[in-house]
Ligand binder design. Structure first.
Ligand code: ACM
Length: 778
């Protein structure tokens, strides 16, 4: 018997890893053959790296740098070996359709790596690195093995948003190393945003003098708690960019720059107001978000500001000759810096409000026989594409570039789910899959995230189980899927340690999605390798999320519909789980799911060797609806399923956070219609539904909430309808319908979607989201 308080004092975030004997390579190679009798080859400071071809220096240098950093010694690189103690690098033709194949063998003759090309040899080196022990030593034993390997997809990418927060050259290089260590080959560098322009353009010095600095940033999660009033800035000089691009190229990584247009352009507009359709209209930053300096500057006559908060802003590039000349000049300076075949032109989240209001834009629409503002966006992207194509390069754009017609040679990055990617592939366009639901690394990886994130919930296994080729595509269409990419947006990623925390271990899971043969994927095998991978992160001195080790709690319906079950689980084999109710209560060993049938605070605690390694709290509010049979006429959106779909509405847990909570169920453009079977006739006097409003995120309160009761589940009688809700906190509301008590077995609750988002609000014209959580019946 232990007291909770003492557990919490002993809380330790350290993670216990269990070394796995054998081979733990991530991403899983296509073929691994181990000899029947195990034996080792030992790398020592006397081992030589033998280059048996030209162009293998990058691989040798990377290996040496890795040895130096992690094991504090280096090897001599030679073209003639002085002994058999060698790591030989060479080339050998292999016929995999995607470049980068290699073979690696470790035996009595030493280590032999042969790449199909230079990148292949480099990937062989990455595998060799993963055969090394994860403890620093001067003698590194690696097992005899024979590996044949090749990538599944040609595009294996990771993005970093350096616009919202700036990351130093050193960290960008480290990030590129992380990409390399996972045999990935594209770094998508998000360089311009509303909150900062980060690339030196010599013809437009104000982009960095003005556009790279903001006067403040909101504190905390949007809408935040006012401005921090700290000037924030940073940019990369062209020399630094060349250095980074070379650094990446030495690791067989292509850097794709992204210059956002026509939206997300506030920073450029702050520098050159003529880029806006309304250069004389002041930038809007809400009064509770704006910095003191910006307020002062506006009062002194400044008109355009770099944004200080997050979201989507209506002041976008005007499709004028001034703008096109500007963008073409920017592209002219990009081309010598970035040898990549692609330039990413953004294209996402461009509100059309300004274009609707602008006489110039309306005239342009008429002159060019365009259908509407979406047609104008298509015209914008098409014109830029033509310019970029004329320079021998191709564009990539976010999936909004499909709206109004796709530019002829564009590659689409499908982010709003897989739909855009499917549509583009069906139109014979190349596609890079990067759907929010599977690969947005700014989403939380634990339901109990302590730090601020953008919200959502993207656990490791969901990333691992992602399949980039949608089932809807034919084999020929599927070939247009070049691969996939994870995106790290940086609203709430302010420091390198947080960036590492967000990408690890999810990047390791993604690497297997993009590299390994589909038939070789196994989450349980990956989980075993993960134990060593965690040690590798530590060897790299990289921060990583320990969510995998947390105590996981799930809420299940009680099979007899009497309350709910609270199930606690851990991935750690020798751990002990305890639970307790209330505060300062005695903890008891957890054996099987707990039945919870009264409102109470619960805590689950995970121990290893009597030390607390993780704990989880839940406040249950039990009422007549809790754990009862519930059905929905329309299922929630795939990316907002709540905690277990319909059951999440009656699971006894009321969302205590805005969109940072995974309790919310979301419907876009649809109503919520839930029917609850109480099991037997019961007296009902109050029906309550918990709602969220977050207009900046397109989430609106329902037009009304109506409750019905029924004796037979077929004939329902309306018992109340309301359109005024009680605000609680953080944009959350209670819709409470109080009635004179009626006896009924069934209750139905309809929350009517408010329809399209009205003018003046973010996302105007789009179907609004309806977010609901717990339904309570008293
Ligand atoms: C995006 O996440 N706006 C591409």
């Amino acid at each position: 018997m232990k007291k909770i308080l003492s557990f919490l004092l002993a809380f330790s975030t350290s993670v216990i890893c269990f070394a796995q004997a054998g081979i733990n390579i991530i991403p899983e190679p296509a073929e691994i053959i181990q000899p029947k009798i195990a034996a080792d080859f030992t790398i020592t400071p006397a081992t030589e790296i033998l280059l048996e071809g030209s162009g293998l220096e990058n691989s040798a240098n990377f290996f040496n740098d890795y040895l130096q950093q992690c094991y504090h010694f280096k090897l001599k690189v030679v073209t003639k070996a002085s002994s058999k103690n060698v790591i030989a690098l060479n080339f050998e033709r292999m016929d995999n359709p995607i470049a980068g194949a290699y073979t690696l063998s470790v035996n009595a003759k030493g280590v032999y790596i042969a790449g199909d090309n230079q990148a292949g040899a480099f990937y062989g080196i990455q595998t060799l690195i993963q055969l090394l022990p994860v403890e620093p030593a001067q003698k590194l034993s690696i097992p005899y093995v024979s590996i044949k390997d090749y990538p599944r997809f040609s595009y294996r990418g990771l993005m970093l948003d350096c616009g919202r927060h700036f990351f130093s050259v050193d960290f960008v290089k480290k990030y590129i190393d992380y990409i390399a260590l996972h045999k990935m080959n594209f770094f998508h560098w998000h360089l311009t945003e509303d909150q900062g322009w980060r690339i030196e353009i010599k013809k437009y010095p104000k982009l960095t003098e003005v556009g790279s600095n903001r006067n403040g940033t909101i504190i905390g999660r949007y809408p935040g708690k006012g401005s921090d009033n700290q000037e924030y800035g940073g940019f990369y000089t062209q020399e630094q960019i060349k250095d980074i691009v070379k650094y990446a190229a030495d690791r067989y990584i292509t850097v794709i720059p992204e210059i956002e247009m026509p939206g997300h352009g506030s920073a450029a507009i702050a520098a050159y107001p003529q880029l806006s359709c309304f250069p004389d209209t002041a930038t809007i930053i809400k009064p509770n978000m704006i910095s003191d300096a910006s307020k002062q500057q506006l009062a002194n006559g400044r008109i355009k500001l770099v944004q200080e908060t997050w979201g989507v802003f209506k002041d976008v590039y005007c499709p004028s000759d001034y703008t096109f000349n500007f963008l073409q000049d920017v592209i002219d300076e990009l081309i010598p810096l970035f040898p990549a075949k692609y330039i990413h032109i953004g294209g996402d989240e461009c509100p059309k409000d300004a274009w609707k209001e602008s006489a110039f834009c309306q005239n342009l629409i008429k002159e060019n026989n365009l259908k509407d503002e979406h047609g104008l966006q298509s015209y914008f992207i098409g014109r830029i594409e033509k310019y970029i194509n004329s320079k021998g390069k191709q564009i990539i754009g976010w999936d909004e570039i499909l709206e109004g017609g796709l530019a002829p040679n564009a590659t689409v990055m499908s982010w709003r789910g897989e739909k855009g990617g499917i549509e583009a592939a069906k139109q014979n366009h190349d596609v890079i899959m990067t759907p929010t639901t599977y690969v947005y690394f700014d989403y939380s990886q634990t339901k109990k995230e302590d730090s601020i994130t953008i919200g959502g919930f993207l656990p490791l296994d969901k990333v691992y189980n992602y399949e980039p080729i949608p089932a809807e595509l034919t084999e020929a269409e599927g070939k247009h899927v070049l691969g996939g990419q994870a995106n790290l947006w940086s609203e709430y990623v302010t420091k390198p340690e947080k960036a590492e925390y967000m990408i690890f271990p999810r990047l390791s899971a993604l690497s297997e999605v993009l590299w390994s043969p589909k038939a070789k994927k196994s989450y349980s095998a990956f989980e075993k390798k993960l134990q060593i991978q965690f040690k590798r992160y530590e060897l790299w001195k990289a921060n990583y999320s320990k969510a995998y080790f947390e105590l996981h709690a799930s809420i299940l319906p009680d099979p007899n519909n009497k309350g709910i079950l609270w199930q606690l689980e851990t991935k750690i084999k020798n751990a002990e789980i305890n639970y307790a109710t209330g505060i300062n209560q005695t903890a008891l060993p957890y054996k099987s799911p707990l039945r919870i049938d009264k409102s109470e605070n619960y805590v689950g605690i995970l121990f290893i060797n009597n030390k607390v390694v993780s704990s989880i709290h839940e406040m249950f509010l039990i009422n007549k609806a809790t754990g009862k049979k519930i059905s929905l006429t329309t299922e929630p959106a795939k990316n907002w399923p709540g905690n277990g779909g319909a059951f999440g509405l009656v699971n006894g847990v009321v969302s205590d956070k805005d969109i940072g909570s995974s309790e919310w169920l979301g419907w876009q453009g649809n109503d919520m219609e839930a029917t609850i079977d109480l099991g037997n006739p019961q007296s009902i006097s109050k029906i309550n539904c918990h709602l969220l409003e977050s207009k900046d995120n397109w989430i609106h309160l329902p037009a009304y909430v109506e409750a019905f009761t029924s004796a037979d589940g077929n004939h329902f009688t309306s018992v109340g309808k309301i359109s005024q809700y009680t605000a609680t906190t953080m944009g959350m509301y209670d819709a409470t319908i109080t009635i004179s008590p009626v006896k009924a077995r069934y209750a139905k609750i309809i929350a009517k979607n408010s329809g399209n988002i009205p003018d003046g609000d973010n996302g105007a014209g789009n179907p609004s989201w309806l977010f609901a959580d717990e339904i309570k019946i008293d």
